[in-house]
Design a protein around this ligand. Structure first.
Ligand SMILES: [Fe+2]
Length: 303
């Protein structure tokens, strides 16, 4: 463990995990909606009174498979057509069918690589037994040669051994080379920046070949400027759930990301010379409902 994680990183991460509930108003009046437990029953009551609660539950497991081509300059020939299944924000123990519909959906998709950009757990604290149990069932259904993952702001470091034992290679400020014949691309993964501020892109990028195609897995949007500075080709993230509760036309009521990143709440985007994609996520947080913002699983095809 110590070889992978330096002391300072572990000290900071574990301290924030321990005092998670007390950190709700960290940094003055900086608000973390996902940490505010009492909001869920209030929201549930309001939605029930307005008669749209059941629809919200149903929407939350009506998945959309989004397919998009990502054009990357200097992509090695053998990676043309390489498909990445992108799952994010599973919050799988919060799904009222415990991920069964998601399992069914994932079984239909075949890709070369699967990446999971954080938020396995529903709550931001508490037990992880059910998270691990349902994630394992999902992982068994994934039809990809390799599965990579990172932690989100709902996850804790103690989940790593169990996630790895089921076959997910967790990138904790680390990188990995994906090879096809004699060619390769590099996938880098950072820990959560939104709440834990545990991302370390400098460390994660160490030893990376400058001419390699580079894809970054980050849970949220805060690392975008640094990644663009480091010339990443593609940035894959989630976190904002596309708003989760949206007005008709998919207009988010809450974006749950700093104002500077409001443009990157969902879908494909470009920042300077870097392309990115923000998944709306497969799950939901706070209350398992969605409106005008279906949960998604995404297939990125490199061209
Ligand atoms: Fe999330």
């Amino acid at each position: 463990m110590n070889k992978r994680f330096d002391k300072e990183y572990l000290r900071k991460r574990l301290k924030r995990q321990k005092y998670h509930m007390a950190w709700q108003f960290r940094g003055g009046w900086k608000l973390y909606w996902e940490n505010l437990g009492p909001i869920a029953p209030v929201l549930k009551t309001v939605l029930k009174m307005t008669g749209i609660l059941r629809r919200g539950f149903k929407n939350s497991i009506t998945f959309e498979v989004v397919k998009q081509d990502v054009s990357i300059k200097n992509l090695p020939k053998s990676f043309k057509g390489f498909r990445i299944l992108h799952l994010s924000d599973l919050h799988i123990d919060g799904m009222f069918d415990h991920g069964k519909r998601l399992v069914h959906c994932v079984k239909e998709v075949e890709c070369e690589l699967c990446v999971i950009t954080g938020d396995f757990r529903f709550l931001t604290y508490g037990q992880t037994r059910e998270t691990v149990l349902y994630t394992k069932r999902l992982v068994e259904a994934i039809r990809c040669k390799k599965i990579l993952g990172i932690l989100g702001n709902h996850d804790c470091v103690s989940m790593i051994p169990e996630l790895e034992s089921m076959g997910i290679e967790m990138l904790m400020n680390e990188s990995i080379k994906i090879t096809q014949g004699s060619e390769h691309i590099t996938i880098v993964g950072v820990d959560d920046s939104h709440f834990y501020e545990a991302d370390n892109l400098q460390k994660a990028s160490e030893g990376m070949m400058s001419d390699s195609v580079k894809i970054l897995l980050a849970h949220s949007q805060e690392v975008i400027p640094e990644a663009a500075e480091k010339s990443f080709d593609l940035y894959l993230c989630g976190h904002s759930h596309g708003g989760q509760l949206c007005l008709p036309g998919g207009i988010p009521i809450i974006k749950n990301t700093p104002k500077a990143f409001h443009k990157f709440v969902k879908g494909p985007w470009i920042y300077k010379n870097m392309q990115g994609y923000t998944s709306r996520g497969a799950g939901a947080s706070c209350l398992t409902v969605r409106y005008n913002c279906p949960p998604e699983i995404t297939v990125h095809r490199l061209v």
